[in-house]
Unconditional design. Structure first.
Lengths: 399, 214
């Protein structure tokens, strides 16, 4: 008996009971159901919500695999015993650190989705499929798993279910989860230790008197915020051989994922492009401030302000946030003109927060959450503007 | 109940649950968000509001027939301001540290919507005894929510209750902290108080469907 028919039989068996939505979801997760709906007119399309989500996950897989290699690679560099990037040693560290993050994220998140669907008696909504993959990619590799579980539970319940579930949420759930982690457990989400596996542990050993070398786990943004010089080339930044959250480092792979999303028409190219333009605009403004000498070299903003504007696109979570999270179809603006405004402001504000908040030099998360809140307002004015324009045209015609 | 008639007892019990000033009427939210990071501050705030509202309701009720209705808001403000200043001075005299934690929020009891709301809605139309019970009841309903929120915020945010380290010592790594538990810093921020109040409202309304308004 094949998997498909087993799932189908299970679904039939539980039809009409409280557990039905759970088995329905399992059945349609990978397969098209055999039965068709009766009555009314229906449009049959291949790309339903599940297919859409699966495509985004496909775009994320390269980042995940790369993140696993990079976790081990950065660990061995910091420990003073570099290994080849594409080596089993590097991958092994990444595998045992990153895989549990993925499992906890999906386990807790989907568990809550199934629970809510069963209680409220609606179908399981697929919204968590992408969120569950995004979450492990935007957290530091050493994050304790129970913190992730608490954050996911919070993000799914407070960020999504209370608004009515998938499609009704105001804020991007993955970023809600990350924001919760950042405000609840700041020592695990920022600073110069958490970004490389083993650095926190090593610091504790040193604190308790062990005679070992300290490991640095600082990101490029962190170093810049403290006014230190960085010794990574822009090629390192572009390909992602730098410390950072699990999946955010490789701009190259994110770019490929973004092109894939644009090609399959899942992600909005308007948001991605305008967001990059916004970041460049703000970066150029800051570079201008530095070159015109309005800011002294000792200023605490100098390090990040003087970074070449195009470096901002390569470092930190900017590329990842822009491609995979600003484009979330639920929380972004819906109108085309609105998407341009929304995206531009995401990029613009990201760099602004990055430079003026040295305590936490990563503004992308906060910028996207902020613009999520304003997206409906932007849409409202775009639509109103359009209505006004047409009314004028109508009046001109009839007059 | 021997002491109170059934009707009078309702004045106290109603605001505790089905007509709670915070979760049902959504009044007095600002102080509930601001000072509930510690349980002790929540309790002191609850007692202060109870004193002000209990006495204030009686005073307004006693003079209700001689207040010209055109200037009644000003009269009410004078009464509540006088009482709040007394409470504030008492706190400063006997518990200076705590009055610093509560800072401006004791003074802001004056603007607490629950107080003006009860003056307007109840004390102006009822006798002193019933007004007193109503004041105590509403302040107790307000205090109950404050204490619940304060309990969770202090327990999860600082790992203490009333200052006692109930979960172990975070620096010495004893108790829960020895297995890797850490305090949730978000609980100490005001937004989390709003979320906790929201969860209380959620739980309350799903237990009693009559409270859900469309």
């Amino acid at each position: 008996m094949s998997l498909k028919s087993t799932l189908h039989n299970l679904k039939e068996k539980y039809k009409g009971t409280k557990m039905a939505p759970a088995f329905n979801a399992l059945h349609t997760f990978l397969y098209m159901p055999n039965d068709t709906t009766h009555g009314g007119t229906h449009i049959k399309a291949a790309d339903d919500l599940k297919r859409t989500m699966n495509i985004v996950i496909m775009a994320l897989v390269p980042c995940l695999i790369f993140g696993m290699f990079n976790a081990g690679y950065q660990h061995y560099i910091s420990a003073g015993a570099p290994v080849d990037f594409l080596s089993w040693d590097a991958f092994y560290i990444g595998l045992i650190k990153v895989l549990p993050l993925v499992i906890v994220s999906y386990g807790v998140g989907l568990g809550i989705e199934f629970l809510f669907a069963t209680i409220k008696g609606h179908e399981v909504e697929e919204g968590y499929l992408v969120t569950g993959m995004l979450v492990p990619l935007i957290v530091p590799v050493d994050l304790p798993l129970w913190m992730l579980a608490v954050a996911v539970a919070f993000g799914v319940v407070i960020g999504k279910e209370v608004f009515g579930g998938t499609g009704m949420n105001i804020l991007n759930p993955a970023l809600t989860i990350r924001a919760f982690l950042f405000f609840a457990y700041p020592t695990w989400m920022s600073g110069d230790k958490v970004w490389v596996h083993g650095a926190v542990e090593r610091a504790n050993e040193i604190a308790s008197g062990a005679n070992v070398d300290a490991m640095s786990g600082e990101t490029i943004l962190g170093s810049l915020a403290q006014g230190q010089t960085i010794d990574y080339t822009w090629m390192d930044m572009f390909y992602g051989f730098i410390p950072g959250s699990v999946g955010e480092t490789s701009t190259f792979l994110i770019l490929l994922g973004g092109l894939f999303l644009i090609f399959t028409k899942i992600g909005s190219w308007r948001i991605m492009l305008s967001s990059v333009l916004g970041a460049i605009a703000m970066g150029l403004i800051f570079n201008g401030v530095v070159s015109s000498g309005w800011i002294v070299e000792g200023s605490k903003f100098y390090g990040l302000m003087s970074a070449p504007f195009w470096h901002h696109l390569l470092i930190g979570g900017f590329a990842f946030g822009t491609v995979f999270m600003a484009t979330d179809p639920v929380t972004a603006s819906q109108t085309n003109k609105g998407k341009w405004i929304y995206g531009f402001l995401v990029g613009f504000i990201s760099i602004l927060i990055r430079v003026f908040n040295p305590a936490y030099p990563e503004g992308v998360m906060l910028a996207i959450l902020l613009m999520n809140v304003f997206a409906p307002t932007i849409d409202h004015y775009v639509v109103q503007g359009n209505v006004k324009k047409r009314m004028k045209r109508l009046k001109a015609k009839t007059a | 109940m021997g002491l109170l008639s059934k009707k009078d007892a309702k004045l106290i019990t109603d605001p505790l649950a089905d007509n709670n000033p915070i979760t049902i009427q959504v009044l007095g939210i600002c102080s509930a968000l601001a000072i509930t990071a510690q349980l002790k501050a929540s309790i002191v705030m609850a007692i202060s509001v109870m004193a002000v509202l209990g006495i204030g309701n009686v005073v307004i009720s006693l003079i209700r027939n001689i207040i010209p209705s055109k200037i009644r808001i000003i009269v009410q403000l004078v009464v509540v301001a006088a009482l709040v200043i007394i409470v504030d001075q008492v706190l400063k005299a006997f518990s200076y540290e705590l009055s610093k934690t509560l800072s401006v929020f004791v003074g802001l009891i004056i603007t607490n919507c629950i107080i003006m709301g009860r003056f307007e809605a109840f004390a102006l139309g009822n006798g002193p005894w019933r007004s007193f019970l109503d004041g105590i009841g509403n302040a107790a309903g307000y205090g109950l929510i404050l204490v619940i929120v304060g309990f969770f915020r202090e327990l999860l945010g600082s790992g203490t209750l009333l200052g006692f380290k109930v979960l172990g010592d975070p620096i010495e790594k004893t108790g829960l902290y020895s297995i890797g538990y850490e305090n949730n810093g978000f609980m100490l921020l005001s937004p989390m108080a709003l979320i906790v109040v929201g969860i209380i409202i959620w739980v309350q309304r799903s237990r009693n469907k009559d409270l859900i308004e469309d």
